[in-house]
Design a protein around this ligand. Sequence first.
Ligand code: NDP
Length: 404
Amino acid sequence: MRKTLIVGAGGVGNVVVHKCAQDAETFGEIWLASRTLSRCDAIAADVKANTGVEIRTVELDADDVAATVKLLREIQPGILLNIALPYQDLSLMDACLEAGVHYLDTANYEPPDTPKFEYKWQWAYRERFEKAGLMAILGSGFDPGTTNVFCAHALKHWFDEVHYVDILDANAGDHGLPFATNFNPEINLREITQRGRYWEGEWKETEPLAVSHDFDFPDPDIGTRRIYLLFHEELESLAQNLPGLKRIRFWMTFSEKYIAHLRVLENVGMTSIEPVDFEGRPIIPLQFLKKILPDPASLGPLTKGKTCIGCMIQGRLKNSERIATKFVYNICDHQACYREVKSQAISYTAGVPAMIGARQVILGKWLRPGVWNLEQLDPDPFMDDLNAWGLPWHVLEVDQSLLP
Ligand code: NDP
């Protein structure tokens, strides 16, 4: 009998469990393991009420490789979906290798004491996964994940060469709170307070959030928004895997209110990961801040509005000398997500692609030993499943790249 193990009972984990349960025929017996059992049980109760599917729950510290191997040997799942935090990536990959289980995650490893996410640590596992006949899929969320698949689709179906890619991520949702992050605050703030970086034949750097433009998104409920250039992990693999590429950048929208709060928090040292002595014991300011900020999972019932995430891709059309630019994107509605799985659209857009990626492995459509980023795999079944499982995509042809 097929079995699936999901690790991590946070905002994104909640979506993944709901979506896997909607396709229980493919995922079989579904297990949810996380550090706090009560969060697993709460998700299991919701899923049972929504779908009638029974989710088995178990407490697990995913940093403990031996405990994870023991659990994997007891359950014997076909695949482990790592929806915990990037810090758990390597220990869960080690456990999967030891227990002979396929692996998938949504975010690349970064060491807890250095805010520097890079693929080098996980790419170093390639030979071991190949030799074991196992597959590890890296970054199967929306960005990274679906954005990588959009690029692979463009290269397979539209362009002989892709020259310029701008990945655009707009969250036009409003939760009515002065300041909150839409996914894990610690991971989110580490990402956006880094120096900006993009690839143009070589890596180029900018000051954090120093480059911005207005961009008109193709949905009247989103409209024109300010987008800020930042480094995002899919740039690293796409810069290597797209032949003929001249430049790739990543842009995210932030409201003026969000930027103002962020600047104050940075200026007073609250986003620092350097330990400080507080009443005789060391604390990390960013971890303390995470404790007092709203839990992203609690934003679901509050958030109204839409997200738009997509890739603006310019290249030379297939069998032609003509250069064209296409924008391939998804629009997602926060309230519709909440009605379906009790979650806002950020967790939804990250969780659905994790389920879709795992689906391709289980159904044998992607099964290939080794460690892979999504643009290295056949985009067709994934693109079909986006339409089938809640994240339909659209394409616009534009006259030229809209960004300077
Ligand atoms: P949350 O903080 O809401 O959830 C993380 C969960 O992992 C929590 O339930 C936490 O347990 C659990 N966890 C943490 N450490 C361990 C451990 N050692 N052992 C077992 N469980 C552990 O985060 P999100 O759901 O917002 O994000 C989950 C992942 O998704 C992150 O890696 C994030 O970067 C990624 N993501 C990817 C996106 C994409 O598009 N690719 C977009 C958004 C997020 P506890 O409940 O006890 O704290």
